[in-house]
Design a protein around this ligand. Structure first.
Ligand code: N2P
Length: 608
């Protein structure tokens, strides 16, 4: 091919490649200016979401945490990495080659491995998860990058300069500060900027080792994704993107040997973008010292409700979210997460109680417990409610778009090949295996290995039809039309109807699960008194009614019911009629068989 012909082909290939790389990001940036809350449609230009970032205390606090972590990490990792690069690069060490390979290892080790080993390590040391663990973890994965970058610069440095300095009578320290360090400076600075960008961006490692109060921006963004606050996420992601791009540009300039001044502009701009929301709202939040740390299911409490508690008690409430009982159990069992209030399902209460991880409640501090429905109290998983107070209950069922699928009343619909690629299943061992067991008319607390293997087989057969396993945003997936049928929990599936009346909820005729999720206080809670106040607060009739109205799971609060509008009390998804209640079964702790459930479910997900 001639030069002239090849060039345009190469040119369009390049454009296509860049488009492939950047189109999703451009969409995100564009939609951060979209007036509509829904991602799918463009309604006009707005800066509202950027404005909200300035006023959201949660974002500001997490941004401040991110800046703090990234700042300290940068200083420590750069110092350690530079020293290591000098030691390795000056040929004074034997076996520098293999040492170098060891140092580069953290760059290639899968992040998830690094994350879980760090978590285990901190637990073994008895370190409480928080800023310290996050910073140590970030330093651990950043040092390698510093060594690589600084060493590259070092190898380009002419050793005769140092020799000349020594010849002229300078001692080793003087030579280092007058000759070596200035020569290395661009490399060190560029490494520092890289570390800063890596640290401010990290999600996986941080999500493992962060404790309460050390939520960083990426973690905050992810938890917002799960509660469906889309446009604000697009805005904050855009800011993060612009800032990291500027920092990397500065690092690149320095590496290319440009003058520090050229790199200073993008670096300063990048830092300014990150600092702006923080400075703009400084002093507006975080003035109170007392903090309550709540770890609860996503879509279980509205920000307005939390704000009322904050105002009444003059405290700040941190809300962290999860979507499976297993995630909650893992955090509490690790023993070093400082949550004050948690919301386990009935069978998890049994597990936590057996491990002595819950604090006995002081009933005298919970006067509003008289509002609770007696039928939901004093259950076998917590006799006398010594450890827990019911918060929400509900059922598992199928949400579906009746315009697409017609009426549905059986689990079989989720195995119907006509809906291939339009089915969502929960990512939850007990619920998925449970649905398959029910489909055969068996109990979802079955422990018979043969029955369980049969349930697993069904799920493997179903897998080609399943679009996604997701316990957090099954409601959003239905609303956006990505899926037409979703296994999911009642509240969120009741709620989507307001936006699309064609979305129905059914508890299949073969039967399904019932859950009672309760608030409890971990034994390790740093603020047990405030935790009691929170438990009592959500049992007040008006508050419980607000929680039910906003989240639409079923309230165990008898006194709240008369305060609810007829759309809620008359909605069979929220207040199931007796025939539905007859066919649901409480998920129970099945002891040793839990391991089998987990294994079978993991195998389903691993299946290709
Ligand atoms: C809330 C899910 C309901 C909890 N996002 C099921 N136990």
């Amino acid at each position: 091919m001639s030069e002239a012909k090849r060039a345009p082909a190469l040119g369009s290939l390049t454009i296509l490649t860049y488009l492939f790389l950047y189109a999703p990001i451009l969409v995100l940036v564009a939609f951060s200016f979209n007036e509509s809350r829904l991602t799918a449609e463009w309604k006009g230009f707005t800066l509202e979401w950027y404005g909200r970032l300035l006023t959201s205390p949660q974002i500001r606090i997490s941004l401040r945490n991110s800046l703090l972590v990234a700042g300290v990490t940068t200083v420590i990792a750069t110092a350690i990495g530079t020293a290591a690069a000098l030691a390795l690069g000056r040929g004074t060490l034997r076996r520098a080659g293999s040492l170098m390979a060891l140092i580069a290892l953290p760059i290639v080790v899968p992040e998830i491995v690094l994350a879980s080993s760090l978590l285990l390590f901190f637990a073994a040391l008895g370190l409480r998860l928080g800023f310290l663990t996050v910073i140590l973890a970030h330093v651990a994965f950043c040092v390698s990058y510093v060594v690589v970058v600084v060493r590259a610069r070092l190898s380009g440095l002419d050793p005769s300069l140092e020799e000349a300095a020594a010849d002229l009578g300078a001692g080793p320290w003087r030579t280092f500060f007058k000759v070596t360090l200035p020569g290395l400076a661009p490399g060190i600075l560029s490494a520092a900027l890289l570390v800063f960008a890596l640290s401010i961006d990290d999600y996986v490692v941080t999500s493992f080792v962060a404790g309460v109060g050390s939520t960083t921006l990426p973690i905050q963004i992810y938890s917002m994704v799960r509660s469906g606050i889309t446009p604000e996420i697009n805005a904050v992601s855009t800011l993060l993107l612009v800032a990291t791009a500027l920092l990397l540009l500065a690092a690149h300039q320095l590496e290319r040997g440009a003058r520090a001044r050229l790199a200073a502009a993008p670096a300063a701009l990048g830092l300014a973008v990150l600092g702006a929301p923080f400075l703009a709202g400084a002093g507006a939040a975080g003035s109170s010292e007392r903090v309550l740390n709540v770890y609860i299911w996503s879509n279980y409490i509205a920000p307005e409700t939390v704000r009322k508690f904050e105002q009444r008690h003059g405290v700040r409430v941190n809300i962290d979210l999860y979507d499976t009982n297993e995630a909650l159990l893992a955090k509490i069992q690790a023993g070093n997460a400082a949550y004050d209030v948690v919301c386990p399902s009935n069978y998890s209460i049994q597990i936590l109680r057996a491990q002595d991880l819950l604090l006995p409640l002081d009933h005298s501090a919970l006067p509003h417990r008289v509002n609770l429905e007696p039928a939901l109290l004093d259950k076998s998983y917590d006799p006398g409610n010594r450890y827990s107070m019911p918060y929400f209950w509900g059922t598992c069922g199928i949400g579906y778009d009746r315009r697409r699928t017609g009426p549905i009343d059986s689990w079989d619909a989720l195995w119907d090949a006509r809906w291939k690629g339009r089915i969502l299943m929960l990512d939850d061992a007990r619920e998925t295996l449970g649905a398959a067991l029910k489909r055969r008319g068996r109990s979802l607390n079955a422990t018979d290995e043969g029955w369980l293997r049969d349930a697993q087989r069904q799920l493997i057969d179903q897998k080609p039809l399943v679009r996604v396993y997701d316990s957090g945003s099954f409601d959003a997936a239905l609303l956006s039309g990505d899926v037409w049928l979703a296994q999911g929990w009642s509240g969120q599936l009741a709620k989507v109807r307001a936006e699309n009346p064609d979305l129905e909820y059914v508890v299949p005729r073969e039967g399904s699960s019932l859950f009672v999720d309760s608030l409890a206080i971990p034994r390790s809670a740093p603020h047990p008194e405030l935790a009691h106040a929170f438990l009592d607060f959500v049992m007040e009739a008006e508050v419980a009614a607000e929680i039910c109205r906003t989240m639409q799971y079923s309230t165990p609060n008898r006194a709240a019911v008369p305060l609810l509008p007829p759309e809620i009390t008359g909605n069979p998804a929220i207040f199931p009629p007796p025939d539905v209640l007859r066919r649901v079964e409480l998920i129970e702790d099945i002891g040793e068989a839990t391991v089998l459930y987990d294994r079978l479910w993991t195998e389903v997900k691993a299946e290709r």
